[in-house]
Write a protein of this length. Structure first.
Length: 325
């Protein structure tokens, strides 16, 4: 896989997740190879050492890169590369860009992982205006405007998963103090919560049986399995999931008028269970002149989107005012 129209100089992209760190070297937009390591979340020092090790391994067979881009599932002060908040990885308060620049001796640009994925998706799709939602355990997202990532005043914007679509909806399962946001209604955690309620009310239900087979409470995967079998409860949950997602999509379409609204993340693999309903709802709610112009599709970047976007971010940002060339 490649990112079109990239620079000829070597860059490295790193996607840091709660379970693995993936790093890859790119030249001319072409991925030359990738390495993967489990994420050691025992301490801040261990995470940083893991990122450094993956970066060094990715560039071992090549000359020093122009820059390194790192995507992390955290809120980032983009101007400084400092991690402000980080739920699953112990990096809060860490000046990550500064530390990695010193360790690797090349400029390092750090951003939110969903922003990186959105940037990669925009280039893979050949568009300059994109909104991307990543649906998984939680809900993330990114916005690309005129070919560049939209971040807000200090880099904390585009937290699309916390767009409220139901004022008295369930509490957000993440670090958000709100309720009724997309993450509370359109995430794997939301599916698990609603499946648990069905299992408690109906111990004879298919969802309850699947949970017993696994030896734990219902999980999002149980809803996927049951829906694939045609279970009415599971199909109803995905119908509601799609409706809620469509409501959120319509607001994003009206706000940004992207060329493409892409749906990625782990749940995009079963998009057939909810995306048709979401598209129908979104197009019925968005302003008609906008709805007819926006494509809604499953993201095409796949598991490499994070590192591809991080690499492109590094290539585009290094040399700009305030960054080392």
């Amino acid at each position: 896989m490649s990112v079109p129209a990239g620079p000829e100089r070597l860059v490295v992209g790193i996607d840091v997740g709660g379970t693995k760190i993936v790093a890859g070297a790119l030249r001319g937009g072409e991925l030359l190879g990738a390495v993967e390591h489990p994420t050691d979340t025992s301490s801040e020092r261990a995470v940083i050492a893991g990122i450094e090790s993956a970066a060094r391994e990715a560039i071992a067979a090549h000359r020093p890169p122009l820059a390194v881009g790192v995507g992390v599932p955290s809120q980032i002060d983009f101007a400084t590369g400092r991690v402000l908040t980080s739920v699953n990885i112990p990096l809060a308060g860490e000046p990550l860009s500064e530390d990695l620049t010193r360790r690797l001796r090349v400029p390092v640009v750090v951003d939110n992982d969903a922003n990186c994925a959105a940037l990669a998706e925009a280039h893979l799709a050949g568009v300059d205006h994109l909104v991307m939602l990543t649906l998984g355990t939680g809900v993330g997202g990114g916005v690309v405007v005129d070919g560049r990532v939209f971040r807000g005043a200090s880099g904390l914007g585009a937290e699309l998963g916390h767009l409220v679509i139901e004022t008295e909806g369930p509490e957000c399962p993440g670090a958000c103090p709100n309720r009724g946001c997309l993450e509370a209604l359109c995430s794997g955690q939301a599916l698990a919560r609603d499946a648990a309620a069905i299992a408690v009310a109906g111990p004879e239900s298919r969802l309850a049986a699947l949970a017993r087979e696994r030896g734990g409470p219902p999980a999002g995967v149980d809803v996927v399995v049951a829906a694939g079998e045609g279970d009415a409860d599971a199909l109803r949950l995905f119908e509601r999931f799609g409706t809620s997602l469509g409501v959120g999509m319509s607001g994003l379409m009206n706000a940004f008028e992207p060329e493409l609204l892409a749906v990625g993340g782990g749940l995009s693999r079963v998009a057939d269970l909810y995306l048709p309903r979401a598209v129908e709802e979104a197009r019925g709610r968005a302003l008609p002149t906008i709805a007819e112009r926006v494509r809604i599709e499953v993201a095409r970047g796949g598991p490499e989107a994070g590192l591809l976007g991080a690499a492109r971010l590094a290539a585009s940002e290094v040399g700009r005012e305030g960054r080392a060339a």
